[in-house]
Design a protein around this ligand. Structure first.
Ligand code: CU
Length: 198
């Protein structure tokens, strides 16, 4: 990564105001921004969104079980589908315990990701995963609570893509942030970590 790109990314991160949140911040294309801090307790918060079946879901619905929370968008070329596939593998590794966890994909592209679009998209992944959408103010609010950066980026040939933070958040059953959840290990190892929070 060139120094210039690096500096502009860091500047971007600073402007977005999420420098203080986590040890490593991944943006859509997989670029890693460095800085860290420890405001872990401040990650997460109340929301009211709609799932792929049109049901209202709030943060209360996540309580009682540990949750994996991930932000992205269905037009994402690589990071989102890969992450959702990896989470699906973890759910499979959990076996019956998967029923005692939540895995939630929150769109940062509510303009295109309506409930029916999410329903179709999620059919490719483990049925324990749910997807949430909402109006732009609601999405902006929940992204802010999770210190998630997202930005619409126009494409040369028309249309747009989204840059976004690609951290999987592990939340405990009381809805408190635990840590970023690593998928860079076997599904069994990820499942074992999740089981500790059941
Ligand atoms: Cu993505």
């Amino acid at each position: 990564m060139s120094k210039q790109v690096r500096i502009s990314l860091i500047l971007l991160a600073f402007l977005a105001g999420f420098l203080a949140s986590l040890g490593a911040i991944l943006i859509g294309s997989g670029r890693v921004l460095a800085p860290s801090g420890q405001q872990a307790a401040a990650i997460g918060g109340p929301f009211r969104l709609t799932d792929q079946d049109g049901r209202t879901v709030t943060e209360q619905d996540l309580n009682g079980h540990p949750s994996l929370v991930f932000f992205g968008f269905t037009h994402c070329p690589d990071i989102c589908p890969t992450t959702l596939f990896d989470i699906s593998e973890v759910m499979r590794a959990l076996g019956a315990d998967a029923d005692r966890t939540h895995a939630v994909f929150i769109t940062v592209d509510p303009e295109r990701d309506t409930a029916p679009v999410l329903k179709d998209y999620m059919s490719s992944f483990d049925p324990h995963l749910s997807a949430l959408t909402g109006d732009l103010p609601s999405i902006t609010a929940v992204a802010k609570e999770y210190r998630v950066y997202f930005k619409k980026v126009p494409l040369d040939g028309g249309g747009y893509t989204m840059d976004h933070t690609a951290i999987v958040y592990l939340m405990d059953k009381e809805g408190h942030f635990v840590s970023p959840f690593s998928l860079k290990r076997t599904p069994q190892a990820s499942a074992a970590e999740l089981r500790r929070y059941l």
